[in-house]
Design a protein around this ligand. Structure first.
Ligand code: SF4
Length: 119
């Protein structure tokens, strides 16, 4: 099998190709660094993404606060995670890097605020 994709591990955005006969023998080409090989293999075996979103807050200056995961999470849990995020409401003050959701679905990844909102 063969799959073409863009490596999103850095802003270079290399166009890479993964070719494989089985899960143990995935060959990646087109990458300009080793991270592209890791990304290409992961995309075939278990695709993951960083999640960014916003959460409703009781602020007089801002309606929602931006949040993001501290790393990638499996694509399979993203719909459920976003559903939970968009139902949340937070009270200020909230500081940048505050943990909003710890160890999301036992992934070891947290959801953190990416902005400070005091009022
Ligand atoms: S292969 Fe390396 S250089 Fe190319 S986008 Fe991925 S991380 Fe960046």
């Amino acid at each position: 099998m063969k799959k073409e994709m863009i490596c999103i591990s850095c802003p270079m955005g290399c166009r890479i190709t993964a070719e494989w006969e089985n899960d143990n023998d995935i060959k990646v080409t087109g990458n300009k660094c080793p991270r592209g090989i890791v990304y290409g293999r992961e995309e075939i075996l278990s695709p993951r993404r960083v999640v960014t979103a916003t959460i409703d807050i009781n602020s007089s200056s801002l309606g929602r606060i931006p949040v993001m995961t501290t790393g990638t999470v499996p694509k399979g849990i993203i719909d459920s995670l976003l559903n939970r995020i968009y139902k949340m409401h937070l009270e200020t003050p909230i500081a940048r890097d505050d943990i909003i959701m710890k160890n999301i679905d036992d992934t070891g990844i947290d959801l953190i605020a990416t902005r400070t909102v005091t009022t």
